[in-house]
Design a protein around this ligand. Structure first.
Ligand code: GUN
Ligand code: ZN
Length: 441
């Protein structure tokens, strides 16, 4: 990275703690500056004193009156499902068989995977998402394609090769041995290169044999610091299938526990229909539950019980789950989270939602010391948001009197159109078209 210093000026917002727990968690500076050097934040504070100290050769991108937040984090999505979104009329198991598995079968072709990786990374940055936990396909080529693109843009990204050795078309299956060996080779090739991290990725219990889960447990024990990502308790048909496939197990979660896959930095997508015992197991082992509201609504999977998950001390992430999910935008994802919780007699404040999209998701990924806050030493990954991006937003914002109200309307009505610019490692990696550039002073 260049040693060039950069600075952004605007309305700074971030969270130093969880606003669901601490009243002083939100940090807001009306006219603030973030200074970055070598991809890392070196200074955050009021604009006036920082401007006095900054030497003349530092370029300040002036984004006033827009908001500047830590880049959004999306802890669960599928790279090969960008052309699956909006597939009609099926619940999970039928949706996988009818739409998703046939589409993923194409990704053994490096050209297919590369084209999709470029699209996905562009789209994430357009939505202000700077870090994601990404499922590729069974094909190692799909992981090479994604990481190549993420590395080219200097992004902090997490991804892995899906392991699956049964209950899917042959073109998508590996074996206990090849799944292990291919994952091992990809870890050696990609993990820790730039800001990239490898995630051990057994798709879910129904598509792995006991032999594959055993091999996956060995891999996990050989790499105790790596992320693990999989799916858990999304759909009643899926849960019944797991009961059939693993008759020895008292519940779905125990299948993963038995194989050493429930631990810190293990990311469990969905977690909709867990028993008290299962929640306790996840909480005791410090695993993460990933809430994917647009997917849960689209596939009719169920309503995430945030209060119960938090009550068990489980780390919570909020994710798009593209392409069961229907929006790449974390703003839209938060809007749907609010509605899911409303259906459950629960609520989500604007601070809670914006915390989840940033520092909360960083915590769910075990990356709370690197990303998700505007603080010295953190990665200089940021999103610039325009609260008045559309006529409807501008009209509604005229009545917004407080910051929490502005933020709540922004997440309810905003989307990629609200993202003015995205920065990763201190560089501008996306700029909204059709509008004036930020003035450089
Ligand atoms: N469970 C196993 N695979 C998938 C997937 O691709 N999407 C969703 N939503 N659930 C899954
Ligand atoms: Zn998923």
């Amino acid at each position: 990275l260049t040693s060039r210093k950069t600075a952004l000026r605007g309305r700074l917002l971030w969270f130093d703690a969880d606003p669901a727990v601490s009243a002083k968690a939100a940090r807001f500076i009306e006219d603030g500056i973030v200074v970055a050097e070598n991809g890392v934040i070196t200074e955050v504070g009021e604009a006036a004193p920082i401007l006095k100290r900054l030497s003349g050769d530092v370029v300040v991108s002036d984004h006033r009156p827009h908001l500047i937040l830590p880049g959004f984090i999306d802890p669960h999505l599928h790279m090969p499902q960008t052309q699956v979104i909006g597939s009609y009329g099926a619940e999970l198991m039928e949706w996988l068989a009818k739409y998703t598995f046939p589409e993923e079968s194409r990704y053994g072709d490096p050209a297919v995977a590369q084209e999709a990786a470029v699209f996905l990374v562009d789209e994430l940055l357009r939505c202000g998402t700077t870090t994601a936990a990404v499922y590729c396909t069974t094909h190692p080529e799909s992981v090479d394609a994604f990481f190549t693109e993420a590395e080219r843009r200097h992004l902090r990204m997490i991804a892995g090769k899906v392991m699956m050795d049964r209950n899917a078309p042959p073109a998508l299956l590996d074996t206990a041995e090849t799944g292990y060996a291919q994952s091992k080779a990809l870890i050696a090739k990609w993990h820790g290169r730039g800001r990239l991290a490898y995630a051990i990725s057994p798709r879910f219990a129904p598509t792995s044999s006991e032999a594959q889960l055993t091999a996956t447990g060995v891999l996990a024990s050989e790499h105790p610091d790596l992320h693990i990502q999989t799916h858990l308790s999304e759909n009643h048909g899926e849960i019944a299938f797991v009961r059939e496939l693993f008759p020895w197990s008292k519940d779905y979660t125990e299948v993963y526990e038995r194989h050493g896959l429930v631990r810190e930095k293990a990311l469990f997508g969905h977690c909709l229909h867990l028993s008290e015992r299962e929640r306790t197991a996840l909480g005791d082992r410090d695993a993460s539950a990933i809430f994917c509201p647009t997917s849960n609504l689209f596939l009719g999977s169920g309503l995430f019980d945030l209060a119960a998950i938090r009550g068990a001390g489980i780390r919570v992430g909020l994710a798009t789950d593209i392409g069961g999910g229907t929006s790449y935008s974390m703003l839209q994802t938060a809007a749907e989270a609010y509605k899911v919780l409303a259906m459950n007699g629960q609520t989500l404040t604007a601070y809670d939602a914006f915390h989840m999209m940033t520092a909360g998701n960083a915590h769910a990924l075990g990356l709370e010391e690197r990303i998700g806050r505007l603080a010295s030493g953190f990665d200089a990954d940021m999103v610039v948001l325009d609260s008045g991006a559309t006529p409807a937003l501008r009209r509604r914002m005229a009545r917004a009197e407080t910051l929490p109200e502005e933020l709540f309307v922004l997440m309810t009505m905003g989307d990629d159109r609200s993202v003015v610019a995205t920065y990763a490692a201190g560089r501008r990696v996306h700029e909204r078209q059709g509008l004036a550039s930020p003035s450089i002073s």
